[in-house]
Design a protein around this ligand. Structure first.
Ligand SMILES: *[C@@H]1O[C@H](CO)[C@@H](O)[C@H](O)[C@H]1NC(C)=O
Ligand SMILES: *[C@@H]1O[C@H](CO)[C@@H](O)[C@H](O)[C@H]1NC(C)=O
Ligand SMILES: *[C@@H]1O[C@H](CO)[C@@H](O)[C@H](O)[C@H]1NC(C)=O
Ligand SMILES: *[C@@H]1O[C@H](CO)[C@@H](O)[C@H](O)[C@H]1NC(C)=O
Length: 402
């Protein structure tokens, strides 16, 4: 490289640096929503540094490296009559660090929203779960919430997953540290302190989760009720009897053996073994298109860590005194929370298995369980997605969030 081209390169780098510095302080310039066809809202991708700490479990277990070791781990985890997390628990310890969270903020083109929805995805996906680019975004929760109903949304890749910092998968990337990340993200949003984003001050902040993301949202509101004004818990319940269905259903293999994930994730991250595993855990017979499954098992598929699998079941600490509105919305054929039939309670007095959540939020001023007819666990991927979205919007509107 000659001197003048080196000078040009330095100047180009300086120009990029200047652009980045400027955009941090200036009024946000919305990037082209080039991926979207005529969407009536705008989105901005963000990289948010956080410093967090949490009391994690320290497990005495070797990181599964081979797929034989992965399956051995799952056979131990799901063994009936045993609590493997307890068997291998050594101690609890404070884990802390500096991490970056990848997030996307979306808002209507004209005017502010009354409510910001903070969206937390579940196991197997990243934040793209909320904005699925299928059938012209007909399966996009964000398109419904922002484009149709005028809310603003902040979706994030859970710590350890997608474009957020990956970490040590056994003793670091666990439920407690991820919940700490969600709390910090929420605190930054409420204080309008997200770097590079001129976030308006919203009247209300609602947490919307799917599956493990619902568990984290529930726990945030239980531990820090001041951080949330309402909960939408999709693909959720509090009967842990059926988690082994999901643990086995995933046909998990090491992410290092999956070509699409191998370059991004270390051993100790597991991905679904094949598309049928994704179908088993997230889809309901007759309720989805082949292209939806292709996306879920392909471009949108993400892994789960050993530490997450060991801490999901114990992430919820008990009854919550959260007083805001709570909607639990779960597919009738949900596998991990209902074993494939949310209505088979064996007790005519109990309408559905997810309805049991009501007893855990006795102070909620407005509680509802809605079972989406025929749907499976991955609500956003199925034909019923619009039924789910319209029900959520109606609940939020009825509770003063619109
Ligand atoms: C945000 O990042 C995602 C993933 O890289 C990309 O597909 C999308 O187009 C980006 N959105 C915006 C508004 O830049
Ligand atoms: C399993 O053990 C862990 C760790 O001791 C504990 O937190 C959890 O509550 C136990 N689960 C059950 C169902 O007893
Ligand atoms: C979008 O979903 C609705 C409801 O499921 C359906 O009636 C409509 O045909 C879908 N539109 C597209 C473009 O797929
Ligand atoms: C979970 O649901 C099943 C089926 O309704 C029921 O038999 C079982 O008692 C429930 N377990 C708990 C802990 O609620």
């Amino acid at each position: 490289m000659g001197l003048s081209s080196l000078t040009r390169a330095v100047a180009a780098i300086a120009a990029v640096a200047l652009t980045i510095t400027t955009s941090v302080n200036a009024i946000p310039t919305w990037p082209d929503s080039s991926s979207s066809t005529n969407r009536n809202f705008q989105c901005q991708n963000l990289t948010i540094p956080v410093t967090i700490s949490a009391r994690n479990a320290i497990f005495d277990v070797a990181t599964p490296e081979t797929n034989i070791e992965v399956t051995n781990f799952i056979l131990n985890l799901a063994q009936q009559g045993h609590n493997y997390s307890h068997t291998i628990l050594k101690e609890y310890a404070d884990v802390s660090g500096d991490y970056t969270l990848a997030a996307t903020y979306c808002a209507p083109l004209n005017g502010n929203s009354k409510t910001l929805q903070i969206l937390t995805h579940g196991v197997g996906f990243d934040r793209s779960y909320w904005d699925i680019p299928l059938n012209d975004f007909n399966y996009s929760y964000v398109a419904s919430a922002v484009g149709e109903h005028g809310f603003s949304t902040l979706s994030w890749d859970r710590l350890g997953i997608g474009a957020s910092t990956h970490g040590e998968p056994v003793n670091e990337i666990q439920a407690t540290l991820e919940i700490a990340a969600l709390k910090e993200l929420t605190r930054l949003a409420r204080a309008q302190q997200i770097p590079g984003l001129a976030l308006p001050s919203f009247e209300k902040y609602v947490h919307v989760g799917h599956s493990f993301g619902s568990i984290q949202s529930f726990e945030l509101a239980r531990e820090s009720p001041d951080l949330s004004d309402g909960l939408i818990l999709t693909g959720f319940g509090l009967n842990g009897s059926f988690l082994p269905f999901f643990q086995f259903g995933g046909n998990w293999v090491s992410a290092t053996s999956i070509p699409a994930l191998a370059s991004q994730y270390a051993a100790g991250y597991f991905g679904a073994g094949n598309p049928s595993a994704v179908q088993t855990n997230f889809f309901s017979p007759g309720q989805f298109s082949a292209s939806a499954l292709d996306l879920a098992a392909g471009a949108l598929g993400q892994p789960v860590t050993v530490g997450e699998l060991l801490t999901i079941a114990s992430a919820i600490g008990g009854v919550s005194q959260f007083s805001g509105p709570v909607l639990v919305i779960t597919g009738e054929r949900d596998l991990p929370f209902c074993g494939g039939d949310c209505l088979a309670t064996g007790d005519p007095a109990v309408a559905s298995i997810p309805a049991g959540v009501a007893a855990f939020v006795p102070s909620s001023r407005s509680y509802e369980t809605f079972i989406v007819p025929k749907a499976g666990h991955g609500l956003n991927f199925e034909y019923s997605a619009q039924t789910t979205y319209q029900h959520i919007a109606r609940f939020l509107e009825a509770n003063g969030f619109a």
